[in-house]
Design a protein around this ligand. Structure first.
Ligand SMILES: [Zn+2]
Ligand SMILES: [Zn+2]
Length: 933
């Protein structure tokens, strides 16, 4: 395989691998084609009023003020005297859209929407609004249209303020709610002079939906403990009271109106939502009016949280529900069919109705969920060969019929309690079965993807062995054999394609299942390499080869773990510290080994430090600046003393400039933060110096001599001056310690090379980067080079997670860019933060470049090893992708995966940059050059 073909194949495999997670993990669970199910008995209500107070926390509504009164007196009196109350438990992600979908359509929105960005309706779905005769809704343009759009026909009406005019709530977000209340009132007023509207309003199965965004907006702006948030709750309470009495008037107190008040999600103390903290997932639910149970007095009740006591509600029965249960509750109150995709269970205790009605409703609920199960099963059955199909055993066809029959019989015999409990069993089984069929293909697809990827990795390993080691003998190719092999694999491919064809699989399945065929063909074709490798491995002592594999596996596990727990890096670094002790190096070079051990331990401290929520520590940054100056002074003096003949005045000048730049950076950091603390803003002079330093630091190293240590030191000084400007605390020390370790590493690798008896050991002190490329003769790979590559990957990952978590941008403090700009500008800030992240990589990459050239390793073979390491890691993260949990969890699992997949490309880029930084030399002016020669 030529190089372009190899690169192309690699890219293809990686792209397929990357895209596959969206087919495997993030697919819509919804099915279509069920028949609507409706309770045959007359419903208690004719109309339903749904208030959703966006972002209202349960405790904010129920708790009492410091003076013992409720901030929502109307709602408090409802739950004390006329209605039922409880907590509605939402699922993550606690965002507005999935919250409303759970409330109104009764299902938890699928994560496939992650890929589609939640914006448009990613899937068609049925809702209470769609099943109603008429729905009128008022509120935010972000929420209402999605239910109107999905509805069939023209019976869902929306009244939104436009997104632009949302500004009227800029000063006081509660105005968003007043807008809604006012519009509802004037709407009903206008209906008195509009006969069509009036009669429509008097129909049965009418829904009025009031979406109140004010509380959410106030919570984001001022946090839930603010006066604004609490005052907004009071406003909403008043509004609800007015609407309720207006409606009772309008309908002449006919007792046919049911009311429900809840919220889509809560909010954390710091004004955010999306994750799974109780403050976000506990939302209030208060129901009253037609068909709703009166308060039930109890002597005591037990809940794990201690809220009841705090809220002084110990004696009123608290009825908790899951958020999706509210949809069937609303459906049964006004007698509309349950939304087709609803997975909610009717909360019977909220109902004030006959036992017969409850049992019938529960039966409808069970049949409705069972319908989804049946459709899902049929779909799977149709697309699977019958002898391969494994049905969901606990709910076979006969079992379904049996359960349904039994329930019917119980209802006829008026054994309603038995009927209800049987329905609950049926519902649970059907839900289990739904998720069973939803993830039915996951294992099979996952395995075939893994097959392809393992094959690819094996192939890369074979290529390394074949082209960069002397393990294999010159192989003679047998034409006949390889033709048979080709036909064999083509045949297997055809069989797979045929199987997929008769199962009418989507086209992507063909890609996932057929990809392993050519990949494994390429592997098997290199059979002789495998044989040679096996022979070599067998010739080694068993303990040694097993030990090697074990160490490889452990090393990769440590890398994978470090993505989740940064402290794993510390363990890895401690193991690194032990490296010279285990090997000969300790005897060989005691001082170097000792420094190595010390620096490893020192660097191991960084991953233990917290990333977020730390206070700036400017004195530490200044101390680091001074330390850097001290180090460069001593290096300068030692250079002068040694009277290095390779050194000239020009080079000394460059180093002097760099030291000046470090000193200036240190000054700018301290003066900027002083001035910001005194609220005097960022001085223009400082800003100019900062930007100049940033620009000059990329050029200055290119002016320095290309001798190994001088060039590397110059790169460090330049990057350090920029890094200091971007630091606010202990992280300023990180590049310094890191590059200390890197310097020692270069020396250590030299020593390690001696073990292999390589005579060509270049003298490091006079080693020149710019000649390295010419005189280089690449050597064959050793097993030790695997360790070398692993060290490189490990140091890169340490650079990733040493001072922050690259997977989430918000772990970086915006205060760190204050020397450059103070006005909010996301692109600039993002760019600077990326720069801050990249600097440690550049240091590691340059050091590795040095290791590469001094140990005469070809960068190509080395990248193949790195590719193998990162691919094995990627395979790990493939199985760790999450399709449940909070926004953050899902996002992080995807970004880890993408990060590892792009690691190789990133390292190649870094390597190119490092080569440029180490080998290029700019001449300042020809004139001085003439003088000196
Ligand atoms: Zn919301
Ligand atoms: Zn919000």
């Amino acid at each position: 395989m030529g190089i372009p073909v190899f690169v192309f194949a690699g890219l293809l495999v990686h792209c397929v691998f990357l895209a596959s997670i969206f087919d495997i993990y993030f697919t819509s669970p919804l099915v279509h084609g069920m028949t609507p199910q409706q309770t045959p008995l007359p419903p208690p209500g004719k109309r339903l009023v749904l208030f959703v107070a966006d972002g209202l926390r349960a405790d904010s509504l129920y708790e009492l003020d410091s003076n013992g009164t409720s901030r929502a007196p109307f709602l408090r009196s409802i739950l004390e005297n006329t209605g039922s109350w409880g907590i509605s438990h939402t699922r993550v992600p606690t965002e507005s859209r999935p919250g409303h979908v759970a409330l109104i359509a009764g299902f938890y929105e699928d994560v496939s929407a992650v890929a589609k960005g939640w914006k448009e309706n990613p899937v068609e779905f049925d809702s209470i609004f769609n099943e109603s005769k008429y729905t009128w809704s008022w509120g935010s343009p972000d929420i209402l249209p999605m239910f109107a759009k999905g509805a069939s026909g023209d019976h869902v009406y929306t009244f939104c303020y436009t997104a632009e005019s949302e500004d009227f709530g800029a000063q006081d977000a509660a105005k968003l709610d007043t807008w809604v209340f006012d519009h509802v009132k004037s709407f009903f007023n206008s209906s008195r002079s509009n006969q069509t509207l009036y009669s429509a309003l008097n129909e049965e199965k009418v829904v009025l939906f009031l979406h109140l965004l004010g509380i959410d907006t106030n919570g984001h702006a001022h946090r839930p403990n603010s006066r604004e948030y609490k005052e907004n709750i009071r406003k909403v309470d008043e509004g609800v009271k007015e609407i309720a009495s207006m409606l009772e008037n309008f309908y002449g107190n006919d007792g046919k109106t049911a009311f429900i008040l809840t919220s889509d999600h809560g909010m954390t103390d710091w004004g955010s939502h999306g994750a799974g903290h109780p403050s976000e997932t506990l939302t209030p639910l208060i129901a009253w009016g037609a068909g709703v149970n009166y308060p039930q007095r109890v002597a005591s009740q037990f809940f794990e949280d201690n809220f009841l006591k705090e809220w002084k509600l110990e004696n009123l029965k608290r009825l908790d529900v899951n958020q999706a249960d509210i949809a069937p509750l609303m459906a049964s109150l006004i007698g509309v069919p349950f939304p087709l995709n609803s997975v909610g269970t009717l909360p019977l205790e909220y109902l004030n109705n006959s036992a017969h009605f409850k049992a019938e409703s529960m039966f409808t609920n069970a049949v409705q969920i069972l319908e989804q199960f049946k459709v899902k099963m049929t779909q799977k059955k149709e697309t699977t060969l019958s002898f391969l199909f494994t049905p969901f055993k606990p709910l076979s066809d006969s079992e379904q019929i049996n359960l349904l029959k039994k329930t019917r019989l119980y209802i006829q015999q008026e054994k309603y309690d038995e009927a209800v409990s049987l329905c609950k069993t049926l519902i649970n089984l059907a839900l289990e079965g739904l998720s069973y069929y939803h993830t039915y293909d996951r294992l099979f697809l996952g395995l075939s993807i893994a097959m392809g990827f393992v094959g690819w990795t094996a192939y890369v390993i074979l290529v390394i062995i074949k082209t960069h080691t002397n393990l294999t003998k010159a192989a003679q190719s047998h034409d006949k054999e390889s033709t048979i092999l080709l036909y064999g694999f083509a045949f297997v491919g055809l069989i797979i394609a045929f199987f997929l064809l008769i199962q009418t699989c989507p086209w992507t399945y063909y890609v996932y299942c057929l990809l392993p065929v050519p990949v494994w063909y390429a592997v098997v074709k290199e059979l002789h390499v495998i044989q040679d490798l096996a022979a070599y491995l067998l010739s080694l002592p068993v303990g040694q080869s097993m030990g090697f594999l074990l160490i490889c596996a452990l090393g990769i596990e440590i890398l994978v773990f470090s993505f989740f727990y940064r402290s794993t890096l510390t363990i890895g670094l401690l193991v690194f510290a032990g490296w010279p002790v285990i090997t000969q190096l300790w005897v060989q070079a005691k001082t170097t080994a000792l420094i190595w051990i010390l620096l490893c331990m020192l660097l191991g401290i960084f991953p233990l430090m917290p990333v977020v929520g730390r206070e700036p520590n400017i004195p530490l940054v200044i101390a680091t600046g001074l330390l850097t100056l001290l180090i460069s002074c001593s290096s300068l003096s030692s250079l002068c003393k040694s009277k290095n003949k390779y050194m000239n005045n020009e080079d000394l000048k460059v180093q002097f400039y760099q030291m000046l730049s470090i000193a200036l950076s240190t000054y700018v950091v301290s003066s900027t933060h002083d001035s910001l603390q005194n609220k005097q803003g960022l001085p223009v002079f400082n800003q100019i110096i900062s930007w100049t330093t940033l620009v000059s630091s990329s050029v200055l190293p290119l002016l320095s001599p290309t001798f190994l240590f001088q060039r590397l030191f110059s790169i460090l000084l330049s990057l350090m001056s920029t890094y200091l400007l971007l630091s606010t605390g202990y992280e300023a020390l990180f590049p310094l310690v890191l590059s200390g370790l890197m310097f020692v590493w270069i020396n250590m690798e030299q020593e390690a090379l001696q073990q292999y008896g390589l005579s060509l050991k270049p003298k490091l002190a006079v080693f020149n980067f710019s000649y390295a490329t010419d005189i280089m003769q690449f050597r064959q790979l050793h097993l030790d080079d695997v360790r070398r590559s692993f060290f490189f990957v490990f140091f890169i990952v340490t650079a990733f997670f040493g001072t922050g978590n690259i997977a989430s941008v918000n772990s970086f403090d915006p205060a760190s860019v204050y020397c450059f700009l103070t006005v909010f500008s996301p692109f600039m800030m993002g760019g600077l933060l990326v720069l801050k992240v990249v600097i440690p990589f550049v240091l590691v990459s340059c050091a590795f470049e040095a290791v590469q050239v001094t140990t005469q390793l070809s960068s190509k073979s080395l990248f193949l090893i790195v590719l193998v390491i990162s691919d094995i890691m990627a395979l790990h993260f493939f199985f760790l992708v999450k399709d449940y949990g909070s926004w953050l969890d899902i996002g992080a699992s995807i970004s880890h995966y993408v990060l590892v997949m792009s690691l190789t490309i990133f390292m190649m880029l870094m390597n190119g940059l490092a080569q440029l930084l180490t080998t290029k030399k700019l001449e300042l002016s020809r004139k001085t050059k003439h003088h000196s020669t």
